[in-house]
Design a protein around this ligand. Structure first.
Ligand code: HAM
Length: 445
């Protein structure tokens, strides 16, 4: 007996009226969903580790300035989406909205360069962004990310795209394609930005209100605006590819050659610019290409399963030495949603053995008996709070156990246990010291 409701009854305490809920845009990950999460994370870790990435963990919060400097002041994330606060000691902190700046900060702070370059790191965990919640978009969500520091070679742009792509493929998500673009380096991008400004200045009246403001601070973002009038105009806007310097052109050509060599499905998307300021050269996303799942209202760009690219200036922006870098991150909730729609069961299988105990001396020995099964790697279930054999047998049935071990007063006294085949109902009495090998044999059949 017991439970919260019993306590309220006994103490005559009034139940509180407020039923607490998760904050808006945030969700619990329930026991029944742990199987799907485990499948995703194990696959992602296995592939990242094969490619020699090492795990890194950073705190949930960082100095606010780390994100402002890298993601950029004129971005949606910094302007509207950060969960920022001042500590009692007066520090300005932000709960990480993404993993790249924290990992870059850790790379510099811990001198990971000394372990040799390229430094390949992966991370996983919750991120917070104050967004308007909708399908596939929460305020708290999880990412699995990979980052490579210290390599400018375009082969690594292709490698991070490949790794992200195969994680999704091996999770049996079939309808995906890579959206790829280049936004050039500092030198060629500023020229392109200037051309964009000139182009859009003459069309100012047709732009949405947001884009009118963006034009001054962040003209690239006009290219991925989803407002209908802005979409119509952008078809004639200058694109990155036509404004590259020779080095950036050469870099992007090679990335595409590697991707083609791998035979990965890609779309050269001239309007992909990404919402974070730190990128340079290659930018990429992985989109779901499944109209049945997305429905009519959800543009694939709003449900990208992964995103990332090259960010050769970020380490320098936060005080490190010039270190080129490239990386990508997968959005885990979106992957969970896609896998759930496939109706594959990821439920953990219940143990095949169920322990039933009757009487005080059997109950006393039950905990050490279960521990013996753990040491012997045999999964076992129980309902030790119940004393009736019927209730316990019903529980064994409900969990689908193949065998029940019935440990009664007489058996505890004689050092035996009854092994009951739940399907046939056949029972045999076995000496306690022989039950582990006996069960191992029966379970392996
Ligand atoms: P991002 O595109 O902002 O990039 O996020 C990566 C992925 O996280 C998205 O493709 C999406 O699947 C998921 N995601 C983002 N926001 C939400 C949200 N509000 N709700 C649910 N899922 C979301 C980055 O964060 C970069 N740090 C990626 C990167 C790594 N670039 C270089 N290295």
């Amino acid at each position: 007996m017991g439970g919260a409701s019993e306590i309220f009854k006994m103490k005559k305490v009034k139940k509180p009226k407020v039923i607490f809920q998760t904050p808006r845009g945030m969700a619990d990950i329930l026991p029944q969903d742990q199987g799907i999460w485990k499948t995703i994370l194990e696959k992602a870790r296995e592939i990242a580790e094969f490619y020699n990435f090492s795990k890194i963990e950073t705190p949930l919060v960082e100095s606010t300035d780390l994100f402002v400097r890298t993601i950029g002041e004129a971005t949606e994330v910094v302007e509207k989406q950060m969960f920022s606060f001042k500590t009692k000691g007066g520090d300005n902190l932000t709960i990480r909205p993404e993993g790249t700046p924290p990992v870059a900060r850790a790379f510099i702070q811990n001198r990971l360069v000394n372990l040799g370059l390229p430094s390949k790191l992966y991370y996983e965990g919750p991120m917070l962004r104050y967004e308007r919640p909708q399908k596939g978009r929460g305020r708290a969500f999880h990412q699995f990310g990979i980052e490579i520091f210290g390599e400018v070679d375009p082969i690594y742009d292709a490698q991070v795209i490949l790794i992200t792509f195969i994680i999704l493929k091996e999770l049996k998500i079939k309808d995906i394609n890579i959206q790829i673009n280049t936004i050039g380096c500092r030198a060629c991008r500023s020229q392109w930005q200037q051309r964009l400004k000139t182009f859009y200045q003459t069309r100012l009246n047709s732009l949405c209100e947001d884009c009118k403001i963006r034009l001054e601070k962040n003209p690239l973002r006009l290219l991925d605006c989803s407002d209908n009038s802005c979409i119509a105009i952008k078809k004639e806007a200058p694109i990155g590819l036509d404004n590259l310097c020779n080095a950036c052109n050469d870099h992007f050509k090679k990335v595409l050659e590697f991707i083609e060599e791998l035979k990965l499905p890609y779309v050269l998307n001239n309007y992909l610019v990404r919402g974070l300021d730190y990128y340079s050269r290659t930018v990429a996303e992985i989109w779901l290409d499944n109209t049945e799942f997305l429905g009519d209202n959800l543009n694939p760009s709003r449900f990208s399963l992964a995103g990332g690219g090259r960010y050769d200036y970020l380490i320098e922006m936060i005080g490190g030495k010039n270190t080129p870098a490239v990386g990508m991150a997968l959005g885990l909730e979106r992957i969970v949603e896609v896998l759930k729609a496939k109706n594959i069961s990821y439920l953990k299988r219940n143990p095949k053995v169920f322990l039933i105990q009757i009487g005080d001396s059997a109950k006393k020995q039950a905990l050490s008996l279960i521990e013996e099964f753990r040491r012997s790697k045999i999964a076992i279930n129980e309902k030790l709070g119940r004393s009736s054999i019927i209730a316990q047998l019903q529980a064994a049935n409900k969990t689908g156990a193949s065998f029940a071990l019935i440990f009664g007063q007489k058996e505890a006294f004689e050092g035996n246990i009854i092994l009951r085949d739940m399907r046939s109902g056949v029972q045999e009495t076995i000496p306690l010291e022989k039950i582990v090998p006996k069960l191992k044999k029966r379970l392996s059949k």
